[in-house]
Design a protein around this ligand. Structure first.
Ligand code: SF4
Length: 295
């Protein structure tokens, strides 16, 4: 019914949502590990085309959930986003949730008043890639946001009463930067007022990105050495052990990249999750086979 501009990505939790492509690509598109939108030039689609699609879709469905694609719809001006949010509300009377990806840059560029207004008009959930809380590592992967700025942006979204679903990437610093990566990432999460849902992914790099990814580490005399499954479990253990969130976090490692799927609420389930990790370190059969994994 809709001719999407491929490739099209959406968070796993949006599997049953209507996907509305209001932009193409990612406005930043420079993270060294990410190949999602490498074939696309960031474009904001015409409002008239978006409205036509909403008209078409609302004839057949009474959607409750809409995801605004592509990579960081929040890069668009707030007035543009608000027009779309209002049109969605009018077209889908049962609408309960509108969500989008948000980059660190998007949240910092928007004022608190803009985020409040977006929330009032229905944008209730953002998906945010923290990746790491270590500033040096964030520079190596070419997403050089200062950790305190990441916290500032996320807290602005919380203040606007938006829910946050965030991801961090295990193994992102390789063996050499593992300690800094995990310690600083846990510190960052603990400094946030409220991350509602937190997921870990395990690093994977596409062939097209490999050379540049490794080069950026080598240039800083930090050759990148991939973490083994055992290292990843160790990172996960240290990470969960250090998490002391200000408000309960729904924790997941069910993304297909993970060796060991986990789910629980932190801090309540911390010890239970650590016990599972401990058991998996001694029992490889608990791990997802490599052929079933993907980043
Ligand atoms: S990780 Fe996110 S911000 Fe970075 S290039 Fe990919 S989509 Fe864009």
């Amino acid at each position: 019914m809709i001719n999407y501009n491929e490739p099209l990505f959406r968070p796993p939790a949006e599997a049953n949502s209507l996907i509305l492509q209001i932009t193409l690509g990612c406005s930043y598109n420079q993270c060294s590990f990410c190949s999602m939108y490498e074939t696309k030039k960031f474009t904001r689609r015409a409002l008239s085309d978006i409205f036509k699609e909403i008209d078409l879709l609302s004839r057949y469905d009474d959607e409750r959930r809409v995801f605004l694609a592509d990579g960081d719809a929040l890069a668009c001006e707030s007035s543009f986003l608000i027009e779309i949010l209002r049109y969605l509300k009018k077209s889908f009377p049962k609408l309960q949730r509108v969500s989008s990806y948000a980059s660190p840059y998007n949240l910092l560029e928007k004022t608190q008043e803009e985020l409040d207004l977006l929330r009032e008009n229905g944008l209730s959930l953002i998906y945010y890639g923290i990746e790491s809380g270590n500033h040096a590592l964030l520079k190596y992967i070419n997403k050089p946001m200062k950790p305190e700025k990441i916290v500032e942006g996320l807290n602005k979204a919380t203040q606007a009463n938006m829910k946050i679903s965030a991801t961090v990437i295990l193994g992102l610093g390789g063996k050499n930067l593992s300690n800094q990566h995990i310690n600083d990432t846990a510190k960052l999460i603990n400094a946030c007022e409220h991350i509602n849902c937190l997921s870990t992914l395990q690093l994977g790099i596409s062939n097209t990105k490999e050379d540049n990814f490794f080069k950026r580490f080598e240039e800083k005399n930090q050759p990148f050495i991939f973490c083994t499954d055992q290292d990843m479990l160790e990172e996960q253990k240290r990470f969960i052990g250090l998490l002391n969130p200000q408000k309960p976090i729904i924790f997941r490692s069910n993304h297909a990249s993970n060796a060991l799927p986990l789910k629980g609420t932190l801090p309540k389930d911390k010890n239970a999750l650590l016990d599972i990790l401990e058991a998996a370190e001694h029992n490889q059969s608990m791990l997802r086979p490599h052929f079933l994994r993907g980043f």
